[in-house]
Write a protein that binds this ligand. Sequence first.
Ligand code: IMP
Ligand code: MG
Length: 180
Amino acid sequence: MAQKEYVVDKLISAKAIAARIEDLAREIEAEFKGTDKLVVVGLLRGSFVFIADLVRELELPVEVDFLETSSYGNSMESSREVRILKDIRGEIEGRDVLVVEDIVDTGHTLTHVIHLLESRNPKRLETIALLDKPSRREVDVKASWTGFEIPDEFVVGYGIDFAQRNRSLPFIGKVRFLEE
Ligand code: IMP
Ligand code: MG
């Protein structure tokens, strides 16, 4: 099926994202002060730009790991059934863990990942999402920290894709379809 034509309208600038990450990093540092090493777990693939900027801003010793869950494929709808495609490499029992997500939408992905990682008995598990679409929530979950709350729009950029495109945009934009 041919993809309908669309344009991307800027929603959050690169500068605004950077400023927000500085503030979030200070809050995370305060919360995990004294940790011997924080395990920062990025959810692939959408969080790869966010995690890169976040860990460089954090003045804490960190270890970086990744987890990949099943995605939307090429559609704009959540599958609701979350599968683990790639597990983290490290042990997290007794460790401080921060899960980094791009967007909390229906909430199924974050809920599933929290349950999975909590079952491994970390000392402490917190979560951060760059974006949150609270109006779309189907399961009651909220990240410990949120970058920006956004309306029910399909967004791309800063690591986030639509059918594997637009990840490399330095800002967050919303997809707007053009009329035929
Ligand atoms: P949830 O399980 O419905 O909360 O979906 C979370 C995942 O869906 C996110 O990690 C994103 O990968 C993807 N997602 C949700 N909203 C968007 C969007 O607006 N653009 C691109 N991906 C999205
Ligand atoms: Mg994702």
